[in-house]
Structures are given as structure tokens and as C-alpha cells.
Design a protein around this ligand. Structure first.
Ligand code: ZN
Length: 390
């Protein structure tokens, strides 16, 4: 523990107590100031001897728990929690509750904070118990309590309870609907693993009812339908992705192609891709169409098609594909040069992240529906055209 931070907190809290004490009249002020000065010195001694726990005790007891000083105690505890010192935050909140001096409405504030300490420190059972009691008693922070409980159920992967509490929050705050859609997807994933496909299907439809733009639900629904050989339904689910969020459309192109091919509708898929290329061109769609054109018209036509698009949207992936298509036909030194370029683009592609969180900037090579760093749901996006350009 470094001393400057401690000194700052102690000084701020004691100064606050001192100023508040001044409001209570002269005699009282003088008596209190003497008391504070002694305790302040005592606190400093504990700090110099690197005994932060004793210093906390001095600080907490040096300020009477009143309506006026309560916020100082709460701020200090919040600081501890923010620094990851959960034990100290818990201790301050517990001492406040045990002091018996808290005005009834403020007791609610402190209990909520204590539950947050336990939750942040990983003691989820204790946090849950406090929050459930607050709900039963009728807390004045009902929505905050529900939100904290929902976060706990989320950490425990208890999706049924997370959804049930989320439903009760929804009428006051519809911004949580996309989060509830992800909870449904998590639940559906579990059902799918347990071979409960119909239950998984219903749960994914529930996800889409919460958030009609839930790309994840459509991608999963397509997968379920494909597994049951319902190719037409799979195509329908995956084609929806383009309208929900075009950035994700590239992720389903291979599966979409399989579902078309399984119905013997390869030609229809090529026509569909051509239509998408006109309406919403993107590197993945252009490359997929080029691969299909290559089968029919050969390498030259396909690479010219990509090159045409690359004039306005230069990307490493596009360049790599053109090199591939020309490599087989090249010979001599041209082949050698293309080989060097190919290894260069392959290295560039392997080094570049393919997904990025738009909240915290976290980068990954595979999709995460909840950001591992900032814990936000649905914040990772595939990096497309300009992002992967060199
Ligand atoms: Zn993030």
C-alpha cells in the first residue's frame, strides 16, 4: 500500500468531518476537533507503520455515523472496492450497519453497497442473500437491486433466473432487451448440447422477440434447422442476418452456400450473391461470388472481378485471393514473385485480428458474444473492408 493515496483519502475524509463538525456549534466543534486531531495522528502512525486496516478503523470511528457523514464513509468504501480491496470495503459497510445509527432509508443504501462488495469479491451467495432479502422487504432501490441480482445470475450462468428478473426490469428499462436476447441464446446453446432442439428453437424465437436484430439467434437458428435437414428454414434464418447487421453476413456465407447446395439450388445461390453484391457489396460477399465464378468461368475472369471491386475497396484478403487465382497459371520469375507476395499476405492475415470490441477495443481471432474484457454483450464485430486494409 503506498502512503500518498492513503494520506489523501485520510486527509479528505477527516477534513470533511471537520467541516461538518463546525456546523454543530463552538463548544461541540472544539471538543470534536481535539478528538479528530488525536485520531488523525493515530491514523497517520498506523499508516507509517503500514497498518492500513487499523487506519481504516480509526477513520471510521473518527467520524460519527450521521446523515451528514454517511456519504464520506460510502465514498471511502467505494474507493476501496474500485481498487479491488473488497475486504476493507466490506468492513466499512458492515461497521456502518452494525453501528445501529443509520437512518432507516439509508440502511437500504448501505446494504446495497455491501451486496456489491460481496459480488465484486466473488462471494455471490452472500450478495444474493442480501439482495433477495431487500426485495422481499420492499427496498427503495428495487430496480438497482434487481439489476445487481441479474448480474449475479449472469455470473453464475443461471440463465432462467437471469431472464426472470430481467423480465421484471424490462418494463422500466427496455435497453436491457438485447442482453436478455443473449441470455436466451446462452440457454438455447445449453439445450442444443442436451439435444433438446425444439426447446432450443423456442428459446431462440424468444431471443428474437426481445431483440429482432439479434444476429446470434438467427445464426444459431440456421444451425439448428440445418442439423434437422430443414434447408429452406436454415436459408431463411441466415438470409435474415444481412438485414439484422450486414457486418455479420460474412460469417454465415459458407453455411448458406451448403444449405442452397443441399437443395440442388447452387445457381440460385449465385444469383442471390450477385444481387447482394449490387445492393450491399462487401469483401466476404465479393470473394464468395468470385469463388463461384471461378468454377464456371475460370481463374482469369474471377480475379478480374475481384480486382474491379478492389479498386474502390483495397483489402489484404482480396489481394490474397487474386494472387491465389493467378499463382497456378504463372510460371518462371512471375510465379516466384507471386509466391513471395502470397506468403506476405498470408502472414498479414494471420497477424490481424478479425473481431474487435467497439466498447473497449479488445481484439480477437474468434467471435465472443460477450466481450471477455469489458463484459459487454454483443459488442464484438467482424473487421471488414477498411479495417483489414494494409
Ligand atoms: Zn470490450
Amino acid at each position: 500500500m503506498n502512503s500518498p493515496w492513503w494520506l489523501l483519502v485520510l486527509f479528505a475524509a477527516v477534513a470533511c468531518g471537520y467541516l461538518l463538525g463546525r456546523l454543530d456549534g463552538r463548544k461541540r466543534q472544539s471538543r470534536k476537533l481535539d478528538g479528530l486531531s488525536q485520531q488523525y495522528l493515530q491514523g497517520l502512525n498506523f499508516l507509517l507503520n503500514e497498518q492500513p486496516d487499523k487506519a481504516v478503523e480509526v477513520l471510521v470511528t473518527s467520524l460519527d455515523v450521521t446523515e451528514q457523514t454517511l456519504d464520506t464513509h460510502l465514498s471511502l468504501a467505494r474507493l476501496f472496492r474500485k481498487r479491488g480491496e473488497f475486504d476493507r470495503a466490506t468492513r466499512i459497510h458492515s461497521m456502518l450497519l452494525e453501528s445501529g445509527k443509520l437512518p432507516a432509508p439509508r440502511r437500504d443504501d448501505v446494504e446495497l453497497e455491501l451486496a456489491r462488495d460481496y459480488s465484486a469479491g466473488g462471494l455471490l451467495d452472500r450478495a444474493e442473500m442480501i439482495l433477495q432479502q431487500m426485495l422481499e422487504r420492499g427496498s427503495r432501490h428495487t430496480d438497482a437491486v434487481r439489476r445487481a441480482l441479474m448480474a449475479i445470475f449472469e455470473q453464475e450462468s443461471d440463465w432462467h433466473n437471469a431472464l426472470s428478473i430481467g423480465d421484471s426490469l424490462l418494463k422500466n428499462d427496455d435497453s436491457i432487451a438485447p442482453i436478455l436476447a443473449h441470455y436466451c441464446c446462452e440457454l438455447a446453446q445449453r439445450m442444443q448440447k442436451a439435444a433438446e432442439r425444439n426447446a432450443a428453437r423456442r428459446t431462440l424465437r424468444r431471443a428474437l422477440a426481445y431483440d429482432k436484430n439479434c444476429v446470434r439467434a438467427s445464426i444459431m437458428l440456421g444451425g439448428l434447422e440445418l442439423a434437422d435437414a430443414n434447408h429452406e428454414a436454415a436459408v431463411k434464418a441466415w438470409r435474415r442476418v444481412r438485414y439484422q447487421n450486414p457486418d455479420f453476413f460474412g460469417l454465415v456465407l459458407d453455411d448458406l452456400e451448403s444449405a442452397y447446395e443441399a437443395q440442388g439450388k447452387g445457381e440460385a445461390f449465385t444469383r442471390y450473391l450477385a444481387k447482394v453484391c449490387v445492393e450491399q457489396p462487401s469483401t466476404p460477399v465479393i470473394l464468395k461470388l468470385a469463388a463461384r465464378l471461378r468454377e464456371r468461368y475460370g481463374d482469369k475472369a474471377a480475379s478480374l472481378f475481384i480486382a474491379d471491386y478492389m479498386k474502390s475497396h483495397p483489402t489484404v484478403r482480396g489481394l490474397s485471393q487474386i494472387i491465389d487465382m493467378n499463382l497456378e497459371r504463372a510460371d518462371g520469375s512471375a510465379r516466384e514473385h507471386l509466391g513471395i507476395l502470397k506468403s506476405l499476405t498470408t502472414r498479414l492475415l494471420s497477424e490481424q485480428a478479425t473481431f474487435q470490441c467497439d466498447q473497449c477495443g479488445f481484439e480477437a481471432h474468434r467471435m465472443h458474444w460477450q466481450c471477455p474484457t469489458c463484459k459487454k454483450w454483443g459488442s464484438l464485430r467482424p473487421l471488414l473492408d477498411q479495417e483489414v486494409s494494409a
